[in-house]
Write a protein that binds this ligand. Sequence first.
Ligand code: ATP
Ligand code: MG
Length: 397
Amino acid sequence: MKYDTLIIRYGEIALKGRNRKSFYDTLYDRVREQLLDLKDIKLKKRFDHIEVVLNGMDYQQVADRIRHVFGIQSMRVAITVDNDLESIHSGALRVIKEEEHIATFKVSARRKNKDYPMTSKDLNYSVGSFILKNTENVTVDVHHPDMNLQIEVLEDTTRIYGKVIKGAGGLPVGSAGKVMLMLSGGIDSPVAGYMMMRRGATVEAIHFHSPPYTNDRAKQKVLDLAAALQKFGGRLKLHVVPFTNAQIAIRDRMPENYRMTIMRRMMLRIAERLAVKREALGIATGESLGQVASQTLESMNTINEVTNYPVFRPLVSTDKVDIIEIAKNIGTYDISIRPYEDCCTIFLPKAPKTKPKREQANRFEKNLPIEELMEEALAGVETIDVGKQTEALEDLL
Ligand code: ATP
Ligand code: MG
């Protein structure tokens, strides 16, 4: 049997009162983007759900595409039959038979068409009896059924719902404004980006690159990470910042044990400038409290001094093992563990200061042409539309 419809339901967005419409439209756009090239199907905006008319396409293929889209609470497959009782009976039976391992069921009919000659209660009874007569080993349980067979009588047709597929939850990307994600080639920052997207933030990534100390494969790795994040929120921009001269200046002019702190402060300053330019309202990083020297509270405090933009650290309280698990689930882990080093590892001291002080950092930085280095880096930013790149690549294949 083939289901003909997939119904997409949203959860939390329904609660957003007057903003409901814009949340809904954003979710619709995110869904549409993922399904754009499936020419056979049709999307319809409905009051409290999105309807996907499958036109012969397998629902699983569609569900797989959108199961990462934030804002979807659940998806439900359905068949559409005529309104006469005989069609409803046989349709309900087909749906029940499609589900394996069902021992108990109940029928929940609803009528959108109030002129329908039977009441919902009569329909429940009639369909229930028909199923009992035509199946073996299935009984009714109105309290805890394995399957709640939902039937919805519309104006001219009736919809019978089958299995429920869990959605990704969260809020649709694009419903919460923009943040700049500091994206290294590591395990943590892509996960941080995913978490921000989960709450509806649009993400643009920033990567600091230090050629020739870091090579093109390190950059490719970051591009691939950005591409992997796209399935959660559509197109993504990646800003690659040339950071070599800043790192050389820091290496040559700053005391060894403060180099890491000051490098991070430079990164954050540049990220803030890009945030202003790109109209982002915050910066996100993959930092997790206590994970490494740069992520002690003292370090975060000293690094954070250079910006008054909110710095979001969605992983701040997450253990590494749990971060790794999320990275595996979202498909970034295998990319992150490729061996190419990013700019930081190459220039950094073996024993960075774990408790840097703001006053010290400020004093050392007097010997650094900060503004000049920032301007030089910003002038060389290469912005890549990762979505476009992926499309172009697929066109070639
Ligand atoms: P990750 O796994 O994300 O690389 P990490 O455990 O290696 O994190 P750090 O190297 O201290 O931690 O980096 C902390 C955060 O600083 C990263 O999560 C990332 O947000 C940002 N960051 C580090 N290096 C870069 C870079 N080359 N470009 C952009 N952001 C960076
Ligand atoms: Mg790293």
